[in-house]
Ligand binder design. Structure first.
Ligand code: FA5
Length: 345
């Protein structure tokens, strides 16, 4: 019996040493230490022993059992440690590896300029308004004192959708919509950025789709000098403190008097160059005092209230600011062009 136990112990230990996974270990435990295991069957066979031998053999069986149990625990701990080590190795993260670059877009230069224009005018007490790009003939022309068959309609060649519906040719319809919404109250102080459409032939400075920012101020005692002050402040914040503006007489049916406003050419600082056609000035906007008829049509008493309005070309401003010599760059979406605006403020 003693030898049998000794053999069993050796065999169990040998096999335990060969176990490499938890399931093998479990099988081993069932085989040697389980209720139907080999040790148990030896214990059962003790009934046939003489009473003197029983305690001796019992002691031996217990010794073997505790030796096997102890070995089992050690083996189990070892396997667990190994499994953990392997898991950690497999999941190891090399924190020194450089990250994978995720391509990030940049704000389009036109949107960047619009935001800048908005910031400047918000700082001057203006609010930002919006209006539809698909507009009615009434808001785009008639309410702006441009009746049907008026020659001024030729100034802005129009994409018509139907006889009465068109793609707005400028942001000025938002003046009328704003005045109507304000129902004769003051102050009115808004800017409105947005896309406009004209049947212009595309070239380096003209696009059939471009962006304007409209401005409108209506209150008591608004004068041309207020317009000039606001535009000079804007030009200096946009282009730098040395900037000058020049007002040239012009004509718009919805303003009287009307003016076109030039800023000092950024490329030559006013000395004259190819970009400014050797004048030292570049036109960026049209403006004027709101025509009394426009005020009256929108429900404002033109005896009590006056106002000024302006409409600037965002692409022209962006071209001046960033030295872009062709307006079409803003619309072809060439990443090489757009990327250049990644780090500019
Ligand atoms: C107008 O559109 C008037 N609504 C502006 C205005 C508003 C006058 C309020 C008075 C009161 P004009 O057609 O000149 O005006 O256009 C204004 C600006 O838009 C121009 O100074 C120019 O900077 C820009 N612009 C005009 N046509 C184009 C074009 N085809 N491509 C790019 N920019 C253009």
């Amino acid at each position: 019996m003693k030898e049998q136990l000794q053999k069993l112990r050796e065999q169990a230990m040998d096999e335990l040493a060969k176990c490499e996974a938890q399931n093998e270990l479990t099988e081993w435990k069932v085989q040697y230490l389980g209720k139907k295991g080999e040790l148990t069957s030896i214990l059962r066979g003790m009934g046939q022993l003489s009473p003197e031998k029983r305690p001796l053999v019992g002691q031996l069986v217990n010794d073997v059992r505790s030796a096997l149990e102890h070995a089992y625990e050690q083996k189990e701990a070892e396997l667990k440690r190994k499994a953990l080590e392997e898991k950690l190795k497999a999941e190891a993260i090399d924190v020194t590896l450089p990250g994978r670059m995720v391509p990030v877009g940049v704000v389009h230069p036109l949107n960047r300029v619009i935001r800048e224009i908005e910031d400047i005018f918000i700082g001057l007490g203006f609010e930002v308004a919006e209006g539809p790009e698909v507009e009615t003939d009434y808001y785009n022309f008639e309410a702006l004192n441009i009746p049907k068959n008026h020659p001024a309609r030729d100034m802005q060649d129009t994409f018509y959708l139907t006889e009465e519906i068109l793609m707005r040719t400028h942001t000025s319809p938002v003046q009328v919509r704003t005045l109507e919404a304000k129902k004769g109250t003051v102050p009115v102080r808004i800017i409105c950025p947005g896309r406009v459409y004209r049947r212009d032939d595309d070239d380096a400075t003209h696009s059939h789709l471009f962006t304007q920012v409209e401005g409108l101020v209506v209150d008591r005692q608004i004068r041309m000098s207020d317009l000039k002050g606001i535009l000079l402040t804007f030009a200096r914040q946009m282009f730098g403190p040395e900037q000058q503006i020049r007002l040239r007489p012009s004509y718009f049916p919805f303003t009287e008097p009307s003016t076109e406003v030039d800023v000092t050419c950024m490329a030559c600082r006013g000395d004259g160059c190819r970009i400014c056609k050797h004048t030292g000035w570049i036109e960026i906007l049209g403006a004027g005092m709101v025509h009394p008829r426009v005020l009256e049509m929108a429900g404002y008493d033109s005896e009590t209230y006056t106002g000024f309005a302006f409409g600037m070309g965002v692409e022209r401003i962006a071209m001046l600011k960033y030295g872009v010599d062709d307006i079409r760059y803003f619309y072809v979406n060439d990443v090489r062009f757009l990327k250049q605006f990644a780090s500019r403020s």
